[in-house]
Design a protein around this ligand. Structure first.
Ligand SMILES: [Zn+2]
Length: 394
């Protein structure tokens, strides 16, 4: 087989490990694998063919660690209602569109938090269009919630005669991870109102152990102190949302190396989409501020954080919303390099992607090219020059 080589000159390069941006880098790729990254000054430019991106910044393909592929971010209630009851035939068209939108914003992998029909899973199993869309999918299929509690849109309760752990062990659905809903939604009427945990601590722990025996990580939707605390103690891999969880929980997460996916942009979207004078918009703004405060704490405590948007939530659009979430991380004091690390390195670890993520020697080459220096990011993601993945330009 002929070796397929490409050499690239990057004006600036951020590798996604948290290392500072580098100036004038030569990136060598062979058969889709990164061979080396070297400084331009030590390189003989005449030696090889080179793709010249000296006026551009190269960053790794982004990872969105929390999406719902079946749902669109539209505020058109008719469409939202329809999507909640859609057939697979309708859903697969919608999912294809969302994957294309993701790629256009530089998102090359998504972690799906579930849908009521397990359509994202079915779509993935059929695999068509995936090659074309290039975006890698990991999905929970249907999430687990408790009887009479929040989560109907994305999951189902265990049957009455079984524990959550037994259900997880019994279902052979070829899922990539388990999603458990362990609290309600945030109240948009009463700031910081906490809901009770959906599962008791024993059932939750048993469920995490069951998942672990199948080699699956557990992502837990949890807001508020107690629902988060129980999820941490159960040994979940990640806390999703985690609004109002408080500093003590953040400290425990740092200790136990549990990842936090704050999905802060959902509150920003509510604040913008809901009627401006409404109490709901006011509470959304306050909740967003509080979440940014928690991100500041998480950074200080050294909590592993990942970038997830909850795309499909009201006003949270697949692809473009990642720019909003990256901006909110930076608003909380994360540098651009730290923010990209959260998306790329931490997202890749959470999804269990093999050799995909940071632009480092030995990894699969997957990166995006944006106009101008890094100072233009994340805004410059709105106009991506090119995406390279799976040994080809897109
Ligand atoms: Zn979600």
């Amino acid at each position: 087989m002929k070796t397929k080589k490409i050499n690239i000159r990057a004006g600036w390069l951020i590798d996604g490990t948290g290392a500072p941006a580098r100036r004038n880098v030569i990136l060598k790729i062979e058969n889709g694998i990164i061979q080396s990254l070297s400084d331009l000054q030590f390189y003989n430019v005449d030696q090889d063919d080179i793709a010249d991106f000296s006026a551009y910044t190269i960053i790794p393909g982004l990872i969105d660690s929390h999406v719902h592929l079946c749902m669109s971010g539209t505020d058109d209630q008719k469409i939202r209602q329809k999507q909640l009851k859609s057939t697979f035939a309708d859903a697969e068209h919608v999912i294809s569109t969302h994957l294309r939108q993701s790629l256009l914003s530089g998102v090359i992998a998504v972690r799906d938090g579930g849908d009521y029909g397990a359509y994202a899973l079915r779509y993935k199993k059929k695999r068509y269009d995936i090659k074309k869309s290039i975006v890698e999918i990991k999905t929970a299929g249907r999430a687990w919630r408790n009887h009479g509690r929040y989560g109907k849109l994305i999951g189902r309760p265990p049957s009455q005669d079984k524990t959550l752990g037994e259900e997880i062990l019994d279902k052979d659905e070829s899922i990539d991870h388990v999603k458990i809903v362990n609290s309600g939604l945030n109240s948009l009427k009463e700031f910081g109102k906490e809901t009770s945990p959906q599962f008791n601590p024993y059932d939750l722990k048993d469920a995490v152990n069951a998942a672990s025996s199948l080699g699956l990580k557990v992502m837990v939707h949890a807001n508020g102190r107690l629902p988060v605390e129980n999820s941490i103690e159960a040994g979940c891999a990640s806390i999703e949302h985690g609004f109002f969880m408080g500093e003590k929980n953040l400290g425990r997460m740092a200790e136990k190396k549990i990842t936090w996916v704050p999905t802060a942009c959902t509150m920003k979207a509510y604040a913008e989409y809901l009627s401006q004078d409404s109490i709901e918009a006011k509470i959304s703004r306050k909740t967003l501020e509080d979440q940014i405060g928690q991100l500041v704490m998480a950074r200080a405590l050294g909590v592993t954080v990942a970038v997830g948007t909850d795309s499909g939530s009201l006003g949270v659009h697949h692809g473009s919303s990642i720019i909003e979430e990256l901006k909110l991380f930076m608003q909380a004091g994360f540098s651009l390099e730290e923010t990209l690390k959260a998306s790329v390195l931490n997202g890749s670890a959470l999804m269990g992607l093999n050799k995909t993520g940071p632009i480092i020697k030995g990894n699969k080459a997957s990166f995006i090219v944006v106009d101008g220096p890094p100072a233009g990011l994340p805004e410059s993601l709105k106009n991506i020059k090119a995406v390279y993945k799976e040994e080809a330009w897109h």
